[in-house]
Design a protein around this ligand. Sequence first.
Ligand code: NAD
Length: 473
Amino acid sequence: MKKINKNYINGEFMDMDGIEVMDIISPSTKETIGSVTLGSVKDVQVAVSAAKAALKTFSKTTVNERVEMLQRLHDVMMSKSDELIKATVEEYGAPVSIATNLMLVAAKAFLNTKEALEEFEFVRSIGRAKVTMVPLGVVGMITPWNADYYQICAKLAPAIATGCTAVIKPSELSAIQTQLLLECFHEAGIPKGVINVVNGRGEVVGTEITRNPDISMISFTGSTNVGKAIRRGAVDTMKRVTLEMGGKSPNIILEDADFRIAIPLALRIAFGNSGQACIAGTRLIIPENRLEEVKQIIKIVDQNIKVGKLWDKDSAIGAIVNERQYERVQRYIRAGIMEGAELVIGGEGSPQGLENGYYVKPTVFANVTMDMTIAKEEIFGPVLSILTYKTEEEAIEIANNTDYGLAAYISSTDLERANSVASQIEAGRVVINMTEDEPRAPFGGFKQSGIGRENGVFGMEEYVEPKTILGYK
Ligand code: NAD
């Protein structure tokens, strides 16, 4: 049983003011595996004071010093990779392949940012002016549970790169993973007060971060509703806010695509991270006359999608993070059935033999129309909706018919055509014929998927304030 009952503030694991204790339940067994004490408003205030004090010296550190810190953070994480992966399997319910990938991309975020830092122009010349890019200050970071290490590292790395300090509120559902990550940060020897972490509820710890006048910026990843509340709450103190929020990403299969490749790829894009991915391609948009063929391919592929058995290397889908999210996914599956969509695979309940965990059957619906709930709302589980089109224009219209705009996918054998379609899609990232990421390229959403960008040089720009100096020579 892991007992997480300290904040990490000013380079130390400190006793907390908060007293509420929450059980940590393993989603793959429904057993209690630990507990986390939730922080109070006072805990946040102590963390903010430490971050504010550290800013004075940290903002003056050299690029070289910060390059070395980013390298050390990466190296320590890699040296503890087995423990970090194990925690994600146990606490989050991910299969080991996903847990490994989540750990690797998190550690890599430090290296990618290090590369961006090496090329970042902190002093620019524009006409008669010198423009210096000044660290914004104390950054509040609020993160979700679906990729705990990555979300924290992707926000912390640009803060360190730019000379900002951090107060982090991770998801209370990821406390064991966060604790291990903090031990890595501690070992990396980052100056005291640069990294401060308070576990706790969004309404308490998150709200205080949003309100606190000594915080200059909030970098948030999570649901659109909470993102909107943070943006509203940040107005009084004029904080900069970057929001990475939900998605209902389209995946257009053009009729010239090789369906034997494109449809299995579409299932991977929809079911990645057990469907708990903001970038999941959850609306599969296919030519109307190919529906039967697509259904057949999906049924065949489904026979080889392994759910559960988290330590098996070929297991593809794990458990849903907790009971609440599991029930939410089940409600969406019921809504799909009740609103008249056709079940191709999956359905309500857990796969046979996996009833002891929060496992969902990988589910695909056909005959989905744009007005159905499952076509509009983010489900955050392995549930895919198939919509059909008659013309390319209609495919693009369906793809863009959403409040979200985080990611989009296209399959085609004609790259010129795929690029033309990509140019008409309203999304922060369009991926053609693959799943691989480019972590140095900007990541973020159009429309209600967010504001601002993460990753690489674009991500660093969010953490600095340009200061123009005239008459400087
Ligand atoms: P959530 O919005 O409920 O919570 C995210 C974080 O915000 C948590 O740490 C939570 O405690 C905190 N929070 C909750 N209420 C708050 C409040 N009033 N003020 C301040 N903070 C508050 O999201 P979740 O359930 O943890 O994660 C799932 C959601 O995150 C999905 O909608 C998903 O699309 C989104 N997500 C987006 C991305 C992205 O990069 N765009 C990545 C991962 C997840």
